[in-house]
Structures are given as C-alpha cells and as structure tokens.
Write a protein that binds this ligand. Structure first.
Ligand SMILES: NC(=O)c1ccc[n+]([C@@H]2O[C@H](COP(=O)([O-])OP(=O)(O)OC[C@H]3O[C@@H](n4cnc5c(N)ncnc54)[C@H](O)[C@@H]3O)[C@@H](O)[C@H]2O)c1
Length: 482
C-alpha cells in the first residue's frame, strides 16, 4: 500500500480532510486478508443469494464449498432444496420465499449486513425494480460487500433481454461509484446461452469473494465453452510466467504457487537474481518453482525455454504473458526504435510465446489457459503512449480472436487490463498526480500487484471454464475508457 493511502486510514487525518472545502473522497482500504483460506475465500461470509434457474443447486454447492453461509430467497419450490444442500454442508442458512423486492427486503432486514449479494435481476422484476431491491437495503450491504447483478441471455436474445442486460451495466457503473467509498464492489454477470451450470456457479463464487476485491463496475461474460469445469485449485498445473522476476509478474508467480501450481519464472538474464529470489520464496513456502532466463522477443530462445521447463516440471498447462515495457514519448517525438521495441515485447513476443506454448502442447487433451496482461490505457488511450496503447489494444483483439480459434481445443485465452497498480514504476509518478489520479478510481486507491494476480489465478483455474476471449479490467473502477 502506498504511504498516502496508509495515511488516509488514520482517523484524525480523515476528520481533518472531511472538513476541508475540497471535493476529496477518502478510501476504505480494500480487504486483502493474507490469512484468508485461498481455496475457501468465503469462509465466515454471509451471502444473500436469489435463486431462479436450474443452477440453484450447483451455485449453493459451490458457494458452500468456498465456505459461505446463506440467506436464500426464491420460489418456494427452490429455496427448501437449496437450503438442504447448504445445511448438509454445515453452513448457516436462512430463507425467504418469493420472487420480488419485498421478499429480498424482508430477508435482508431480518439479517445482519451481508458480505455478498447475488441478485438475478430479471427473475426479480427486471432492472427497473433495482430501486426497490437495493435502495431500502443499502445499509444491509456490509463494507467490502460484493454485489453481483446477474442477467441471462437466451440463444437468440430478444430485444428486451439485450436492453435489460445493458440497463444493468449502466446501473452498475454508477452504483459502483457511489458505494465504492465503503470498498463495496458491484459487477454485472452476464450469463449467455449454453453456459454450464457448474461453470456459472464457480465464476459467481469467485467474484463473490475478496479475491475479486479490485474488480468493480465491470461486465463479466460467462459463455458456453468446451472446457472442463473445476475449482479454484491449481494443484497439478505447471504455469509459465514471463516477466516474473518483479512487479506484477512476481506476484502472479507467488499467487499461482499458493493455489498449487508449479511455476517457471521467465525473465531477462539480467533479472536472474530477482527471479531466482521469487522462485526461492515459493520453494521455501512449500511450492515448486524455478527461474529460467529468456528474452521473450527471441522465438528460438522461448521455444527452448518452454521445452526445458516442461522437461523439469511437466507439461506446461498455464501460460501468463506478463512481460511488458513502456517507452513513452509523444507520437511526434517518438523514435522508431522505441515504437518497435514496445510493440515487439508487449504484443509480438506474447503472440510468439503463445504459439510456442501451443506447438509444444501438440495434441494434448489437458485443459490449458493462456492469460495476457493488457492495460486500461489499451482501452482508453493515453497521452504519450501511442506505442504502448497500440500494443495493449492489439492484445485485446488477439485474445478475442484466438479464443474463437481454440474454442474446441481445450485452451481458454483471456486478458487482464490492470489500472493504476502500486509498483516501482507507478511510485515514480509525482505525488499530486498520483493523488488526483486516485480520485478518479471508484475505490479511491491504487491496486496491488496481488489484486491482479488473484484474477490471473482465477483465469488459470477450471473455475473460469465459462470465460474465454475476454479482457477484464482490474482497475478498481477507473473513470476512463469505455
Ligand atoms: N504497473 C501497472 O500499473 C500496470 C498497469 C497496466 C498494465 N501493466 C502491465 O502488466 C505487466 C507487468 O507490469 P509491471 O508493472 O509489473 O512491470 P515491471 O517493469 O515491473 O516488470 C516487467 C518484467 O518484464 C521483464 N521483461 C521485459 N522485457 C522482457 C523481455 N524481452 N523478455 C523477458 N522479460 C522481459 C522485465 O525484466 C521485468 O521483470 C506489463 O505487461 C505491463 O504492461 C502494468
């Protein structure tokens, strides 16, 4: 956490700042409990879950597996069966029958504040009903609550279905800003036709947890894929993380290892010491990891490195294309070397690394996942970063198209667009600019490398079986871009 965010947690500072005649909002620090059980991140959390579809049973099962307790609201025919599942898993459960705002309000008012609210919008009256569903209950959302508004789209969505799904996104984008001061996040979960019930369940469970703490204001699309559905564990996987010696890459390596994966950290030869240190930390914690030097822009080196890594730690099943650079200059003053270098590392090398990963995989039947690091500026643009934004936007298009190509081959492909993340590089931003920048983030604080790493770990896992071809902003809800 940066010094100013830390200072802003001090009660005296908060009192003084709140009295200043300035439009400054202070953040509630997002909850990053290192001690949280990574495979049961909902342990001790209270989830209000509205039930509508055939997925009720798997969703309750999946949330129970992660440790949640419940308030279940839905048709009489659904709630009792679902409650039996939760209770047999030993989870505290309350229930209310009904499919309207009154039932939700009644259940919430009878309860302590909830840590997650999963609301099937259309089954509970549609977007216009969000007023009755949420406004009387705002104080029943605990700090750090995860609000997930679920929409479903049929095979050929009707005009009304599409309008309703967009209405929910529009609502979420504004609502998230208003509740963000309490570190509450709000996201729209869009379930597309043919998505497997278990895949819906595992994705909802992840986004209901603190592991998704820095994702807010977003649309998460769940679609039909051929991928095998599973849990959040990465036990038995071998993940290759490029640029893993420091910053976000080092955090990714450590979080993937915490989830059970064996890790190959790849970085430039001059990052050997730092990379070996990250590997040593993982090994000390009981995991498997090693460092291999390679320049991702060198296709032959990458191919050799992947073969070597697989010989040492088994078939690589996860690839994280994280290595990236910036060489900022206005377009008018940009040297061609800087222009080329950024595109070659951030985009072309990532594509080549994926090609080598897929070539080595051959006809393997094991599910695999490739995750790329894009950037919010690849979506929104930024002054002085034409080369960088071109490269990061190219990644987004590449991911969308490649996912289509690999749809039936057991390989999912996704990207993460981080926002303002507290790293060595962003600490160099002048204080005033940093502070002004943070006022333009819904959660009013920079993210930590671990916040990005948690989402990489989700994409890498079989819990994300319904997500492919997507770029998810992990930016605390920055007010820039689409
Ligand atoms: N820090 C942020 O706020 C932020 C925001 C948006 C996107 N990102 C993206 O996230 C990724 C990680 O960013 P970071 O802030 O941790 O960067 P960083 O500079 O701290 O780390 C990048 C790592 O990549 C390695 N690398 C660079 N070129 C390489 C090459 N040719 N071959 C092998 N390794 C190479 C570097 O040695 C370094 O260890 C990057 O792709 C970046 O563009 C970062």
């Amino acid at each position: 956490m940066d010094k100013m965010t830390e200072l802003q947690q001090n009660p005296t500072v908060r009192k003084i700042v709140s009295k200043l005649p300035l439009p400054i909002k202070l953040p509630t620090l997002v909850r990053r409990n290192a001690e949280t059980d990574a495979l049961r991140p909902l342990l001790g959390r209270r989830v209000l879950l509205t039930l509508a579809g055939a997925e009720s049973a798997p969703i309750v099962r999946s949330l129970s597996d992660l440790g949640a307790g419940f308030i279940l609201v839905g048709p009489e025919s659904h709630v009792h069966g679902a409650a039996d599942i939760a209770r047999s898993a030993g989870r505290p459960t309350a229930l209310a029958s009904g499919t309207d705002a009154a039932a939700v309000t009644q259940a919430l008012q009878a309860s302590d504040p909830v840590d997650a609210l999963i609301l099937e919008v259309n089954a509970f009256g549609g977007p216009k009903q969000l007023f009755q569903l949420l406004q009387p209950n705002l104080q029943k959302l605990a700090k750090h609550c995860r609000v997930l508004l679920v929409s479903r789209l049929s095979k050929k969505p009707s005009v009304e279905e599409e309008a309703n799904a967009e209405a929910v996104i529009g609502f979420v984008k504004s609502f998230a800003r208003e509740v963000g001061t309490r570190a509450i996040t709000a996201n729209a979960i869009e379930i597309h036709h043919g998505c497997k019930p278990e895949a819906i369940a595992s994705a909802l469970s992840f986004f209901a947890s603190d592991r998704a703490r820095y994702v807010t204001s977003q649309r998460v699309k769940l679609t039909a894929t051929e991928s095998e559905v599973g849990g959040l564990s990465l036990q038995g996987e071998h993940a290759v993380v490029t640029g893993g010696a420091r910053g976000i890459g080092a955090a990714i390596a450590q979080v993937l290892a915490r989830q059970g994966a064996a890790i190959t950290i790849v970085d430039l030869p001059n990052a050997r010491d730092a990379g070996s240190e990250v590997a040593a930390k993982i090994v000390k914690g009981g995991g498997k990891a090693h460092f291999l030097p390679a320049d991702v822009t060198n296709a032959a080196e990458i191919s050799e490195m992947l073969k070597h890594a697989s010989a040492l730690l088994g078939e690589a099943t996860v690839l994280v294309n994280n290595a990236g650079i910036t060489r900022d200059k206005t377009f008018a003053k940009m040297a061609v070397e800087k222009w080329n270098q950024v595109i070659e590392v951030n985009y072309e090398a990532a594509v080549k690394t994926t090609e080598a990963f897929l070539a080595l995989r051959g006809a393997s039947q094991r599910p695999a996942s490739v995750v790329y690091l894009s950037s919010v500026v690849g979506i929104a643009g930024n002054f002085g970063q034409t080369n960088y934004t071109l490269s990061k936007a190219a990644v987004i298009g590449h991911v969308r198209a490649l996912a289509r190509e690999l749809k039936n081959k057991g390989v999912r492909v996704n990207a993460i667009a981080p926002g303002f993340i507290d790293t060595v590089l962003t600490r160099e931003v002048p204080l005033l600019n940093r502070e002004m920048g943070k006022q333009l983030i819904t959660l009013l604080q920079a993210g930590e490398p671990e916040d990005i790493a948690e989402i990489v770990a989700f994409f890498a896992s079989r819990a994300a079986a319904a997500v492919s071809g997507e770029t998810l902003r992990v930016d605390g809800g920055m007010f820039i871009g689409a």
